[in-house]
Structures are given as C-alpha cells and as structure tokens.
Design a protein around this ligand. Structure first.
Ligand SMILES: Nc1ncnc2c1ncn2[C@@H]1O[C@H](COP(=O)(O)OP(=O)(O)OP(=O)(O)O)[C@@H](O)[C@H]1O
Ligand SMILES: [Mg+2]
Length: 288
C-alpha cells in the first residue's frame, strides 16, 4: 500500500524488480550551478499505475519529466525507464526510447507550420507502420476525445491557448504509448473541457493499462482522476465516481525542497498533518 514518508525517500515500489516499474529514480540529485533542485530523490512508478505529482512552482516537477525523457541528465543517481538506464543512454537510443513515451509538454510544443491534424499525426507518420487511412482514422478519433474534430485543418496560431493544449494532449495519445507523461495538462482549460481531459486520462489508465505520470497544479482535477474509474460494458465506456481507496494503482506524490515529502492515496493526503502539506492544500480542499 502507498505510504507517507518524511525522509525524502519514497519507499513504494523501489525494491520491486526493475522491469515491473515504468520509471525508477534512485538517489537522484541535480543542481543548476549552486541552485539545488533535486536532493537524493527516489521514487518508482510501477507499470500500469498512475502517479499524480504536486509541488510549488519551481519545485522541479518539469525537471523530473525532462530527466525521465533523458532531456536532462542528473548529477548523481540512476534513472530507469522500463528497466533501462536513461541517465547514461546515448542520444540515438534515447530517441528510440522516447518513441514509446507520450509527452504533453507544459509549453505546448506544437509545430506552427503544420495543421492540427498534421501535428497529431506527426509521430504516427514518422514512426508507425500505418496506412494513410488508419492514420486519418486515429487522428479523427483522438481529436474527438479532446473535442477538436472540427479543427483538424486549422493552424496552431489560430487556436486559443486551451485549444493548443488539447492538440498537444491528442498528439501524445495518438500513438497509444504505454507511458504517458503530462506536464500540467489541465491548467488554462475551462472546467468542462478539463473534465473531458480528466476522463481521457482515467480511461487510458483503466482501459488501456497505460502508465501515467501527471504533474499538476489542479488539485480538484487530481482528486477527480483519483476518485473516478472507467468501466467498459458491451462496448460502452463509462467513467464513474469511486471511493479513492478502491481505485487501484493511483497515488499522489508531493515534491518539496527537492524531495518527495508525501506519497499516498487521496484520503491519506487529506489526513496529512505535515505543516507544508496543510498549507499547500488547505485553500483548495473540497468543497471546490
Ligand atoms: N535548464 C535550466 N537551467 C537552469 N535552471 C533551470 C533549468 N531548468 C529548470 N531550472 C530551474 O529548476 C527549478 C525547477 O524548475 P521546473 O521547471 O522543474 O519547475 P516546476 O516545478 O515545473 O515549476 P512550474 O510549476 O512553475 O512549472 C526552477 O528553479 C528553474 O528555474
Ligand atoms: Mg513545470
């Protein structure tokens, strides 16, 4: 079971055989000049599970995702993705490794000279052995998930910030990666669209067995994701409210001063007594 920790070391999963974990950080430290961002950070995300990472602005959340992708390298420690050391991996192998990871960047890195549909299709065209018809069908499907089916032929410059973000989410989902990393996917979206994105994240977790690592400032949405479950009956998919304790494989993590100061489920987070956690959460606790 998930558990809290004040030691800066998240014990959950770290001692499991490494190939059961999609992501492992072992004693990772990173500083930019004399600015220490991560201090001896350890955690693991088992395959098929979800971690929701909170932390103040500048805490190092995006840095953790960039380390996972091998876009940054740590000063110390080991980082494994699907059992492979990415902190020492040559650039060419990193490119192959990233092909199986869907990433929604915080800054929405869309290609401005490509249409919405071309952006979403980009990796399908580059990396998968699919016919044009199959690519078009998948692009149409994922644009439908994010409510942008009618925007396929638009250019990114003509979209709102929230629409661009949804294109980024559709692009990350398009190739059905087994590991999805979301950097603050909900911020800037209106509450209805945010909820549809929450539903897609829940469905990916529960129906596609995707490992998801979600960095977010949106505590309401994080709880929504932790307290809902997707079920499929006779081809119909429903997202239903569920007791967080019954949603398997979901844990919150809180990053503070370079370490994971909390790991546990929704009710454990709400019951946490740590002064920083209480301060961080109290303005946003339910009812929202
Ligand atoms: N390439 C870099 N060079 C120097 N400092 C950096 C670099 N990347 C990140 N930092 C610093 O590392 C710290 C963590 O940055 P990071 O982007 O991970 O924050 P964050 O937790 O994602 O914040 P936010 O919630 O605002 O996105 C910040 O102080 C940032 O200024
Ligand atoms: Mg960030």
């Amino acid at each position: 079971m998930p558990q809290t920790t004040t030691s800066g070391r998240a014990p959950l999963g770290v001692r499991q055989p490494q190939d059961l974990n999609a992501i492992v950080f072992e004693h990772v430290s990173l500083a930019f000049d004399d600015h220490v961002v991560l201090r001896d950070l350890s955690f693991a995300v088992p395959k098929g599970e979800m971690r929701l990472l909170f932390g103040a602005s500048g805490a190092g959340k995006s840095v953790i995702l960039k380390l996972t992708l091998g876009l940054l390298r740590p000063d110390e420690g080991a980082i494994l993705v699907n059992g492979m050391r990415v902190d020492q991996m040559p650039e060419l192998e990193l490119l192959q490794m990233r092909a199986d990871i869907g990433m929604v960047f915080q800054e929405n890195a869309l290609f401005d000279s490509l249409t919405v549909a071309q952006n979403v299709a980009f990796r399908l065209t580059e990396e998968r052995d699919l016919t044009d018809q199959q690519i078009d069908a998948r692009v149409d499907e994922v644009l439908g998930f994010v409510g942008l089916r009618d925007f396929a032929d638009r250019m990114p410059a003509s979209l709102s910030g929230g629409q661009r973000r949804r294109v980024g989410i559709a692009r990350a989902m398009a190739s059905k990666p087994q590991l999805l990393l979301f950097d603050d996917p909900i911020t800037g979206l209106d509450p209805l669209i945010a909820t549809t994105i929450d539903h897609e994240i829940v469905k990916l977790r529960d129906l596609e067995d995707v490992t998801t690592f979600v960095v977010t400032h949106q505590i309401r949405d994080a709880f929504y994701i932790a307290e809902h479950r997707a079920i499929q009956t006779d081809g119909t998919v429903e997202v239903i409210k569920e007791d967080a304790a019954k949603v398997n494989g979901v844990a919150f993590m809180v990053l503070h001063e370079g370490a994971i100061i909390f790991q546990g489920n929704a009710s454990e987070l709400l019951a946490a007594k740590d002064a920083y956690l209480v301060e961080y959460l109290y303005q946003t606790l339910p009812p929202w």
